[in-house]
Design a protein around this ligand. Structure first.
Ligand SMILES: Cc1cc2nc3c(=O)[nH]c(=O)nc-3n(C[C@H](O)[C@H](O)[C@H](O)COP(=O)(O)OP(=O)(O)OC[C@H]3O[C@@H](n4cnc5c(N)ncnc54)[C@H](O)[C@@H]3O)c2cc1C
Length: 378
């Protein structure tokens, strides 16, 4: 190992952090890499947590083997950064010095419980998914708060077990990202299952201690199991005094550089700094991979091998796999390229005002590469 190569420290050992580590070695970095991760279960993929881990009862999620990368793995929580002295501070253990730092601490589940209210259920970690699966084994009724992709995946897991489940949200299912056409298709599909969709006029509140229901527009609804799927909050608490993060996350430019010299960031913890501050966060798997690669290149001060974004996203709702390539959110009706949504298998295309295209495979088997080609076609 070279003694002159920069010491690179990555905080966060999930997909953004692990991708950064792999890309550093692919770019011939032969200096030290230290990866700091605070989850006792180590590094693993999150998407299966709300799908296969719940449905198929897997004990683990897909885990990554980094043994070929010669990375020093530290299982500890980082509690701070001193950018002047270029040190990462740990909850226990000696401070870790760096020449370049990649922040990849992702996000935590957004919680709705009031201070002191116990028993809120969320799904962000493997431990959360295991605990939820145990609850699903005995629950006879469920409420899911939030009809985004995660909420609909959890509702699907309940429905697959025959558990009557009510999904409550101020918006229709998946409306915020997939727009009215697909939202209505999913709502129709839900009507033929044990999933009851309730639209609230006001944001719902959790009731009970421990949590046992929700208050929805003044009336109360209770169930054996209540799961909050209300989005995520970038994990920036540990950066508080460093000037690297703020309440929206860690702002990055197109090279994944933060406002602090020598510090880069990737994945769910980030938002992209733009002149009008309008670019939405993209807390999705493929975006974390793209940013992990770019952050690694920038930490080495070389040109990245890819763009810092990737607009592929997928989910599985009520037995339908939905793969999306292209800008989100969607609005209006699509052109149907093949099949039909009513029959449960369709290839759909939306053209946005700026001419870009979003292609969706709804319940239809399509390779992601083929969707990318369709979305990019003139
Ligand atoms: C249940 C679930 C299902 C999903 N399904 C899909 C899907 O179908 N499709 C899709 O595109 N996306 C999906 N996503 C989103 C996707 O998983 C995320 O976009 C992706 O995991 C982001 O990766 P990341 O590395 O940025 O952050 P994270 O995966 O959040 O990982 C951050 C890591 O940093 C660690 N960490 C945090 N703070 C500290 C600290 N202070 N010190 C040390 N370590 C720390 C955490 O323990 C964690 O391991 C899903 C997410 C969830 C929760």
């Amino acid at each position: 190992m070279s003694e002159t190569a920069p010491r690179i420290v990555i905080v966060g050992d999930s997909i953004a952090g692990c991708t950064a580590a792999r890309e550093l070695r692919a770019l011939n970095h032969d200096g030290p890499i230290t990866m700091i991760g605070g989850d006792p279960d180590g590094c693993y993929a999150r998407p299966p947590l709300s799908k296969r881990v719940l449905a198929e009862g897997l004990e683990t999620s897909d885990a990554w083997d980094l043994s070929d990368l010669d990375v020093t793995v530290v299982n500890a929580r980082a509690t701070g950064v001193d950018p002047d002295r270029e040190l990462v501070v740990l909850a226990d253990g000696d401070p870790v010095p760096y020449d370049a730092l990649v922040v990849a601490t992702g996000a935590d589940a957004r919680r709705l419980a009031t201070p002191g209210q116990r028993g809120e259920t969320v799904v962000r970690t493997l431990a959360d998914a295991r605990a939820l699966r145990t609850r699903l084994e005995t629950a006879t009724s469920a409420i899911v708060v939030g009809a985004g992709f995660l909420g609909m995946e959890i509702a699907s897991a309940c429905a697959a077990r025959g558990i009557p489940v009510t999904v409550v949200d101020v918006d229709a299912p998946l409306m915020r990202i997939l727009g009215p056409f697909l939202s209505e298709a999913i709502t129709r599909r839900a009507a033929s299952t044990s999933v009851d969709i309730r639209r609230a006029k006001e944001p719902v509140e959790l009731i009970g201690d421990p949590v046992g229901g929700v208050r929805i527009d003044g009336s109360e609804l209770t169930a054996d199991l209540v799961v909050t799927c209300a989005g995520e909050v970038p994990a920036t608490g540990w950066l508080e005094t460093s000037g690297i993060g703020d309440s929206r996350g860690v702002a990055v430019d197109d090279l994944c550089a933060t406002s602090v010299t020598g510090v880069y960031a990737a994945g769910d913890v980030t938002y992209v700094r733009t002149a009008d501050d309008r670019r939405p966060r993209t807390p999705f798997w493929s975006a974390a991979i793209a940013q992990g690669k770019v952050a690694a290149a920038s930490a080495l001060r070389v040109t990245p091998r890819c763009e810092p974004y990737d607009d592929y996203f997928w989910t599985e709702v009520l037995g339908v796999s939905i793969k999306v390539v292209g800008p989100l959110p969607l609005s209006g009706a699509p052109t149907v390229l093949d099949g039909s949504v009513e029959d449960g298998a369709a290839l759909l295309s939306w053209t946005h005002d700026d001419g870009r295209r979003t292609v969706v495979a709804y319940g239809m088997k399509k390779a992601v590469g083929a969707l990318r080609r369709l979305a990019a076609a003139e």
